[in-house]
Design a protein around this ligand. Structure first.
Ligand code: AMO
Length: 405
């Protein structure tokens, strides 16, 4: 039996029958308090003798690797491509197990919160006749002889669900972006958490939902996922996210002013780039002590055509982005519900209105004022845990160079 057990390769799956007991004389330094006296042992599935990834190597933190190397220990550094090529093995590390349990929590808490707020869950089509977010970043395909593409967002259909009188809706589903950018935060397929809701008076009602949803989500993860957060922190040490009980809201103009005071000049009617977003995140943290905040009233020119212009100044819009540790996790806005204005906005953004006529027509039969937002699930988990790459929080990532496994 001992010979047979010793010959079993690492990661083989075995069934063991035995007696569990507390040893009278435990082995010094043993991590377990109990032992199993094995009576029967079956090998269910034998792993190949040399695995593409050694799990112990893949589970080490950078500091542990350096220490081991300094001590002259022989180990293999597991690079990202090797990990992702063998994701089913890489996912067995304690940190990865914890990351996807937290991801599951984010989805569950999102759903529970929105159901408790009177939203209904919807499922919109992922096969579309054209782009919903503008731009060229769509995966094209042929749909029974017609040109089609994979949905860049549930934007049009979640709005149509509001026109269909559902009041408040949400969706958790795949979003496809034919990104050319090979960055730490862009995927070609990610999980979108989307919300759309009627607005009574002001788009701040949508930001109120973001505020309550995310503060309760962070509180719950901090309280209930301690084991998972520790497991992630052991491999990828990080500081817990600092956030306020009521989420800070700054207007875009206030954000520009904060940057200006720090000597960073940006176009007041342009967009922020990744670098200025990070810088602003750092300045906001220094000034207000939060790493989670909302920036709203963006310049209209940098927002999608369906965004409602501000009533008092049409150079700005009733829109917002939300940031964790200086990086965007959410975009949202009040939408244009007036078909004539919508068509005019689409045209001014270079969109052929004939390609989106069914969407525009859905506002001709009575459309409530409404707004909503979209969250990237992988980005939330990445930034909450201060991880440096969105591939770490995607189960089987799809990026411009990866379509397998
Ligand atoms: P947006 O395009 O900003 O807005 O996307 C919403 C959120 O989705 C995430 N995200 C991504 N995550 C990984 N890889 C990508 N390539 C990627 N692109 C976006 C981000 C982002 O904040 N229809 C609007 C939302 C709305 O207004 O309701 C939209 O799609 O976290």
């Amino acid at each position: 039996m001992v010979k047979y057990a010793a010959a079993l390769s690492k990661e083989s799956i075995i069934d063991v029958e035995g007696v569990v007991s507390v040893p009278k004389d435990p082995i010094k330094g043993a991590s377990q308090q109990v032992e199993v006296q094995v009576r029967k042992l079956y090998c269910v599935s034998k792993a190949i003798p040399i695995l593409p990834i050694n799990i112990e190597d893949a589970a080490r933190s950078d500091a542990e690797i350096e220490k081991a190397e300094q001590a002259g220990e022989k180990l293999v550094r597991v690079n990202q491509d090797t990990r992702l090529n063998n994701r089913f093995l890489d996912l067995r590390t304690p940190a990865n197990q914890a990351i996807f349990r937290i991801q599951c929590q984010v989805g569950t808490l999102f759903r529970q919160f929105l159901l408790s707020e009177g939203c209904i869950e919807i499922h919109t089509p992922k096969l579309m006749s054209g782009s919903s977010e503008g731009g060229s970043a769509v995966f094209k395909l042929e749909y029974k002889g017609q040109p089609a593409c994979l949905a860049q967002s549930p934007q049009f259909h979640k709005q149509m669900a509001i026109c269909a009188d559902f009041g408040r809706v949400f969706e958790i589903g795949p979003v496809f972006r034919a990104e050319d950018s090979f960055t730490h935060r862009h995927l070609c397929e990610f999980v979108g958490l989307d919300v759309e809701m009627e607005i009574k008076e002001h788009y701040s009602e949508v930001m109120d939902v973001v505020d309550r949803l995310f503060v309760s989500m962070f509180d719950s993860i901090n309280q209930n996922c301690k084991k998972e957060l520790d497991a992630i922190g052991r491999q990828y040490p990080f500081e817990p996210l600092k956030y306020l009980p009521k989420t800070l809201r700054l207007t875009f103009e206030e954000g520009i002013q904060i940057l200006k005071e720090a000597g960073v000049e940006v176009d007041p009617l342009g967009d922020l780039n990744t670098e200025t977003e990070r810088k602003l995140g750092q300045l906001v943290f220094e000034k207000y002590g939060t790493e989670f905040y909302i920036l709203h009233r963006y310049p209209l020119a940098v927002r999608p055509f369906y965004t409602m212009p501000c009533y008092d100044n049409p150079a700005y819009s009733n829109s917002f982005d939300v940031f964790i540790r200086g990086e965007e996790i959410i975009s949202g806005a009040q939408r244009v519900h007036v078909p004539e204005l919508l068509a005019q906005r689409a045209e001014s953004c270079g969109i052929d209105v004939r390609t989106i006529s069914t969407y525009i027509d859905s506002f001709r039969c009575g459309a409530p004022t409404h707004g909503g937002f979209g969250v990237g699930l992988e980005r939330v988990v990445m930034l909450y845990c201060a991880l440096n790459n969105v591939r770490k929080t995607s189960l089987f990532p799809r990026d411009p160079q990866r379509l397998a496994p």
